[in-house]
Design a protein around this ligand. Structure first.
Ligand code: SF4
Ligand code: SF4
Length: 297
C-alpha cells in the first residue's frame, strides 16, 4: 500500500517570529478552534491517516516551531510507538531543548531530525544556546540534517563558519514568499507576480502531505499561512476523504483567488490543460473542415 504523509502543526503561532515568516497572516486567518495539539487528538489523527492499514510518515513542522509546546516529547513517543508510523521527522530551531531531551530523542529510532539555524536578527526568538548543544545533537541523534536559514549572504557565511566548527553538514535554504503570504523581508520587497494561467503542483498531486492544525483542520500545503486551502479535518474524516480534488479544480481557474496564483515557487503551468485545450481545438477544426467540405459537395 502507498505511503501517506502528514505534516503536524503542533501550535497556532510561533514564538520565534522570524522576519521571513508570515506569522501575522497565520494568526489573523481562520486557523481553527484549538491552539495546541493534544496527545488524545494526535492518536485519533494518526488512526484516521493510517486508515486501512496504510503506512504513514509524520512530519512535525507546519507553520510553528514544534518544540514550543509542553507535550512535544509525548507526541514524539506516540509517533514512535504507533505501528503504522514508519518514520517521523522534526523540523526545529532546537527551541529550548535540553541535553537530556536530546539524549532521549536519540533513543527513538524512527526519528529524523532537521535543525534550522539562523541568528537573532532574522529570528528574534531563536535560542542561541543551541550552539552549545550541537555537539550533543551530533553525538546522540544518528539521523540529523542542518539547514542554514538566511536572506543576507554575509550572515550565511557567518553561520556556516559556526556549523563548520562543529563539523556539521548544512545546506542553504533561500527565502521564499510562501505563496504570496510574505510581502517583504526587512527592506527587501519580494516579487508577487500573479499567474494568469492554470497551474498545478506536486503538493496536491504526487506528494499529498496535508498540514494538520491542532483542531484537525487539514490544509493542502505548508505555504498556506492564510489557511485558504482547507481540504477537510483529519479528526473527523479518514485520509481518503480529504478533498484535494477541490483544490486541483480551482487551480485550473486563475480567477479563483487561490494563493497558488500569487507567485508560489512550487506552482507550475498546467501543461495537461494546455494540451487538452489544443486537442479540443484540433477536434473542432477537423469537425468544421468536414462540415465545410460536405456543404461544398
Ligand atoms: S521558526 Fe519557522 S515557523 Fe517559527 S517563525 Fe521561524 S520560520 Fe516561522
Ligand atoms: S501551488 Fe503552491 S500554494 Fe498552491 S497548493 Fe501548491 S504548493 Fe500550495
Amino acid at each position: 500500500m502507498a505511503y501517506r504523509s502528514i505534516e503536524m502543526n503542533l501550535r497556532v503561532g510561533c514564538p520565534i517570529r522570524c522576519n521571513f515568516c508570515p506569522q501575522s497572516t497565520f494568526l489573523n486567518s481562520d486557523c481553527g478552534t484549538k491552539k495546541v495539539l493534544s496527545a488524545e487528538d494526535f492518536r485519533v489523527i494518526l488512526d484516521n491517516a493510517s486508515y486501512q492499514n496504510a503506512p504513514i510518515e509524520v512530519y512535525f513542522a507546519g507553520m510553528s516551531e514544534p518544540l514550543a509546546i509542553p507535550n512535544w516529547f509525548e507526541l514524539c513517543q506516540i509517533a514512535q510507538s504507533h505501528p503504522l508510523v514508519t518514520y517521523f521527522s522534526i523540523f526545529t530551531t532546537g527551541y529550548k531543548i535540553t541535553v537530556e531531551q536530546i539524549k532521549a530523542l536519540g533513543q527513538l529510532n524512527k526519528l529524523y531530525l532537521n535543525v534550522h539555524v539562523g541568528d537573532r536578527q532574522d529570528m528574534p526568538g531563536f535560542d542561541e544556546e543551541i550552539w552549545d548543544k550541537l555537539w550533543a545533537i551530533k553525538k546522540y541523534i544518528p539521523l540529523v540534517h542542518f539547514e542554514e536559514v538566511a536572506f543576507d549572504v554575509s550572515k550565511f557565511t557567518e553561520i556556516n563558519k559556526k556549523l563548520d566548527q562543529h563539523g556539521l553538514k548544512y545546506h542553504f535554504q533561500p527565502i521564499i514568499s510562501r505563496a504570496g503570504n510574505l510581502e517583504s523581508v526587512g527592506q527587501v520587497q519580494l516579487s508577487h507576480k500573479k499567474s494568469n494561467c492554470a497551474v498545478t503542483c506536486d503538493k496536491v498531486h504526487e506528494k499529498k502531505r496535508p498540514v494538520i492544525l491542532p483542531d484537525g483542520t487539514a490544509l493542502a500545503c505548508c505555504n498556506d499561512y492564510g489557511c485558504e486551502l482547507k481540504i477537510g479535518n483529519l479528526l473527523h474524516q479518514k485520509w481518503d476523504e480529504l478533498d484535494y480534488k477541490k483544490i486541483i479544480a480551482m487551480q485550473k481557474n486563475a480567477d479563483s483567488g487561490l494563493p497558488c496564483f500569487r507567485d508560489c515557487h512550487l506552482a507550475v503551468k498546467d501543461k495537461s490543460l494546455t494540451s487538452k485545450s489544443l486537442d479540443l481545438l484540433n477536434s473542432w477544426l477537423v469537425r468544421t473542415k468536414n462540415r465545410l467540405s460536405t456543404s461544398i459537395q
